[in-house]
Design a protein around this ligand. Structure first.
Ligand code: G3P
Length: 218
């Protein structure tokens, strides 16, 4: 399973790159706004830092403008993926950009029917939002299961399931059990993945015991 981090914060990306766990980055307009950075500048910086795919989202809702923005975004770097909303215009833009060999990530997906449209339009990634469905008492992980099942029925579908709006480690591990291709994870949740009380307790005991020997390796 590929791990992307869902952030536009350069320091967080740099820290995670050092773990070798990071396969890519996703951003959205809210994350860019939170960073306080210029859209094109921050995406260029992230693309140069990260060897894997970096999603940058369009800022308009009209297909012709999305296509123009998508082309401009794609000029930033070979690893830039154009993120488009799952609307009629977004799917039109996805199809047009895909035809030109530009990688796309169709976002704001909340149903398996929408996921099928994105796949048919040639999307590189589909981003179903699990947390936001759970927030309104709908089954976020059920959507991932449905999309994985539908896509698996058609060998000509190459769109990767990119699980988004992940809020906790359970979302991630349920998605992994379903065989989802990618998870985009907030930095906070990535750090939660490392944690286990028995790891902390075990390490504390080992450190205490090694100190009692008055030895060190270096
Ligand atoms: O970037 C898309 C998605 O991961 C956003 O998540 O937490 O704002 O619902 P969230």
């Amino acid at each position: 399973m590929k791990f992307f981090v869902d952030t536009a914060e350069i320091d967080e990306i740099k820290a995670l790159l050092e773990t070798g766990l990071l396969n890519g980055v996703t951003t959205n307009p809210s994350l860019i706004a939170k960073s306080g950075r210029n859209i094109l500048e921050v995406l260029k910086e992230i693309c140069a830092l990260v060897p894997g795919p970096v999603s940058g989202e369009v800022t308009t809702t009209v297909a012709a403008d999305m296509i123009a923005e998508g082309k401009k975004l794609a000029e930033i770097a070979d690893n830039l993926v154009v993120k488009l909303p799952l609307t009629f215009d977004g799917i039109k833009a996805c199809y047009a950009l895909s035809q030109e060999g530009i990688k796309t990530n169709v976002t704001l997906c909340f149903s398996s029917a929408q996921a099928l449209l994105a796949a048919k339009a040639g999307a590189t990634y589909i981003s179903p939002f699990v947390g936001r469905l759970d927030d309104i008492a709908q089954d976020g992980m059920g959507l991932i299961a449905d999309i994985c099942q539908v896509y698996s029925m058609y060998p000509d579908i190459h769109t990767e399931v990119l699980v988004a709006s992940i809020r906790n480690p359970i979302h991630l591990m349920e998605a992994a059990k379903m065989g989802a291709d990618v998870a985009t994870i907030p930095p906070k949740v990535i750090h939660q993945l490392f944690k286990h009380p028995l790891t902390d307790a075990g390490l504390e005991a080992f450190m205490k015991d090694v100190a009692s020997t008055k030895q060190s390796i270096l």
